[in-house]
Design a protein around this ligand. Sequence first.
Ligand SMILES: [Zn+2]
Length: 97
Amino acid sequence: MASKSGQLAHQEAQREAAMALLLEAGAVSECEVDPGIYINQHRGTEGARDLGLRLIKVKDRRVSAFKNRVELSDAIDLAFGDADDRCELCAKRAKAG
Ligand SMILES: [Zn+2]
């Protein structure tokens, strides 16, 4: 049985891989000044899903964290949920002047 920390690391690896697919597909963009903040580009997740499925077919290393397409799909949805319409940190800075 996998340890809890091992499972967490696995989830984190999946999230990172999913976010990379979303970035590559243009579904999200990363804030230029705040690394780790992702902005929703309102193109949906289809592009990232298609890309992920293509990579799974050729057993690309970038999708090695996923056992199957369901895991891939779930991770993409989860990661996409972390993307906001704007970077809150930049919005706060703009407000502060
Ligand atoms: Zn920002």
